[in-house]
Design a protein around this ligand. Sequence first.
Ligand SMILES: Cc1cc2nc3c(=O)[nH]c(=O)nc-3n(C[C@H](O)[C@H](O)[C@H](O)COP(=O)(O)OP(=O)(O)OC[C@H]3O[C@@H](n4cnc5c(N)ncnc54)[C@H](O)[C@@H]3O)c2cc1C
Length: 594
Amino acid sequence: MAEFKAPLRDMRFVLTELFDYNDINQLPGCEDFTPDVVDAVLEEAAKVCEEVLFPINRSGDEEGCHWDDSVVTTPKGFKEAYKTFAEGGWTGIACDPAYGGQGAPKTLNALVEEMICSSNLSFGMYPGLSYGAYAALHSHASDELKDIYLPKIVEGTWSGTMCLTEPHCGTDLGIIRTKAEPRDDGSYAITGTKIFISAGEHDLTENIIHLVLAKLPDAPKGTKGISLFVVPKFMVNEDGSLGDRNSVKCGSIEHKMGIKASATCVMNFDGAIGWLVGEPHQGMPAMFTMMNQERLSVGIQGLGIGEAAYQGAAAYARDRLQGRALTGPKSPNKEADSLLVHPDVRRMLLTQRAYNEGTRAMGIWVARALDTMKHHNDAKAREEADEFVQLMTPIVKALFTDWGFETANLGVQVFGGHGYIREWGMEQYVRDARIAQIYEGTNGIQALDLVGRKMGAKAGRYLRRFFHPVQEYIETHVSDEGLGDFVQPLAKAFMRLQQATAEIAQRGMKNPDEAGAAATEYLRLFGLVAVGFMWVRMAEIALKKQDDDSDGFYKAKLVTARFYMERIMPQSGALFSSIMAGSKTMMAMDEDAF
Ligand SMILES: Cc1cc2nc3c(=O)[nH]c(=O)nc-3n(C[C@H](O)[C@H](O)[C@H](O)COP(=O)(O)OP(=O)(O)OC[C@H]3O[C@@H](n4cnc5c(N)ncnc54)[C@H](O)[C@@H]3O)c2cc1C
């Protein structure tokens, strides 16, 4: 059975050495989260994840959730773990203190989320969805609705869901059929079927608060006609106690590839009573205001699984004796050498590590911008951070989850046949990681968002929030002694990214299929450069500190940075060629031929 230890050393490096955490601590509203407090929170989170959540990860996967006549029961141990989690204040860590939360900056919360996802992704879905519902209500609901629902969600006694998907539509929400009929008392009767609803029904909390997209009778067609409603499982009395059961029920749960301990529910709304959140027909913009946070969180799911898979694979490779080093035995007294002598095993482990540490750094770069966007007292700084976040969000979501899946797969490969059987837990990571590429907007849709919405936004201003700092860094550091080996590959890939951007913008104007055909490779190229930029900056620090390296941390950073530049960054050339190939061949196949 694999073990999991929260990677606190690397997290501290990213927080305080790669970036300056004081910038965040000084933001209005973040003053209480001093470096000492942050450290203590990370230590505590690590304990909960390692000692409470990780031990029920595999058993939860084996047992799954149970459905019986609309009642859903989570696997053994989940209820107790959730109680510990909520009592520890983790459900409200990132929430507004006005509603009982702790108001932690995203910069800190992103790291806590990563640990939760590493230790038990299925478990993390329950508080994760609650946070989504919290954020939608917090940004758009009336004060009256907020006062009813938020304190209970924050303390974790009630949980939340996001009900968007219907049997005939997932990506194209403009065609949803769920209806909302006004009632005399100002509430609405919601009728329709939602599918794939995470945490739609379970036994962890006293009440479940559904955030539901539905259409009013006079709704315009398409996404402009969608409204957002809050629909509780149990009605709430005036004194805050629970009243009658609302007419929303779980018709069944899905039997699925992974995250088996997370209940994925068919939810039937049969004239269920709900209340409008925000303005009529403004459901989609309401959803989008919280989307950046959510998409960063789903990206972090990929990283979390990737970290767990790497740890399992590295530990196994150290212990497993198999074959001899090509250059001659390394452990002649033993029956065989460890897997670590083999270059191909090292290739896999270093790839995993380069992805994990690189995306952790990039995730915190974006989380810092989210904090700046929310808390900074200078409007210009907020706007610039917002533009950067808008640009990077689809990249974080798609790149991190694609690499998370790849990293989990490499974990299985390092284990050989033992990775494929259940006992070691590695195959579970592959199954669990897969969904993150699909929900919260498939990765294909993220790529379209990048080329379709973000690339040309504000006459290229979003792009400049990324291009300018990278360009400036390259110009300043290209001749630095020792750092040139890292800066030059970055500069080469960055040039390809700039060329591809210009090319797609030009071709896409003439033929939108050109942009659509290039989107996925373009997102990957962008991600390679962004993570490459992080690796160069990490190498810069490691070069300076390598003489004071008692635990070998900086040496390992430098080796991994070099590996990224030599073995991963060159993918930019192939991606560039694919992008340049255009859409013609793709669109040439007759529909009948598929
Ligand atoms: C385990 C699980 C949990 C989930 N949790 C939730 C939840 O809590 N709440 C919720 O509302 N939903 C949830 N979902 C639903 C999920 O968000 C959708 O499955 C997802 O958005 C994709 O929608 P779809 O399955 O209908 O696929 P489709 O929209 O049919 O897409 C199929 C394929 O076509 C591609 N495609 C579709 N449209 C386009 C286009 N315009 N251009 C290019 N490509 C396109 C997609 O990228 C995809 O590859 C969950 C799903 C699962 C499996």
